[in-house]
Design a protein around this ligand. Sequence first.
Ligand SMILES: Nc1ncnc2c1ncn2[C@@H]1O[C@H](COP(=O)(O)OP(=O)(O)OP(=O)(O)O)[C@@H](O)[C@H]1O
Ligand SMILES: [Mg+2]
Ligand SMILES: [Zn+2]
Length: 252
Amino acid sequence: MTAHSEIETAANGDTRDRQCETHGAYPQTFISREPGRGFWMGRCEPCHAERQAESERRQRLQTIWELHGAAQIPERYRHARFGNCAPTTALQRAAMKTCREYVDGADDNIAQGVCLTLVGPPGTGKTYLLCAIAHALIEERVQRVRYASMADLLATVKGCWAWHGDSDAAQCFVRARVLLLDEVWMPTDERARESMMTVLDVRYRQRFPTLIATNLTAQQLTDAFGERFVDRLREGGRVLPLDGKSMRSACT
Ligand SMILES: Nc1ncnc2c1ncn2[C@@H]1O[C@H](COP(=O)(O)OP(=O)(O)OP(=O)(O)O)[C@@H](O)[C@H]1O
Ligand SMILES: [Mg+2]
Ligand SMILES: [Zn+2]
């Protein structure tokens, strides 16, 4: 029987079986509002679910691709992943574990605005860990993150303050759900200090986490940016000390 003659003879509510080559029979129902006209409704649900899953997978990959671009993770740390991570001291191992746990508990940590501060001498893996966190948050959690050094931030916000939230350039540091602020160093002037405090404070009020890496000790960080700055990082957050010889010599 042809589809045409079936349509002519079928009545509203009639059912039939169709055959999917992969999943077998599935039912269809004839939908008609006037005699001789109508259509058969019904699909192979497993096929439909597969198509939907594939479309969601592609959408997720596309989003991850875009998030990677927006994150501005430096080329040198493109391969920084917890899976490749090779800590060399007990403190480095402990810091890596805490960073990994931060990502594992990302839903709560991000919702609560939990901050991390990585402190330690040059070459001990602070930037590596920040970038491993960034990659994991993007790839596993599909989160919008932004990496920037303090110098990047200051260069961008220079001339944009006083802050009223209206500079597009500066907004990216405030809008990123997680900001990874690297190479935090002594501010050279009051304006730099103020800019850092303003970004941190706007983020703090939104409960947006800021993860910092610095060569400064916790005390120097307080001396450089003030107690109000450090206090915001500390609330519910963790300071992760790193130690060891610079890993740079081993890498060149
Ligand atoms: N856990 C790690 N596993 C593998 N390689 C690492 C790890 N940590 C650091 N490295 C490599 O060691 C080098 C120095 O690390 P990194 O740049 O993260 O140090 P840093 O603490 O940020 O230093 P600085 O304070 O000077 O910025 C980099 O080439 C980095 O890729
Ligand atoms: Mg670094
Ligand atoms: Zn099917």
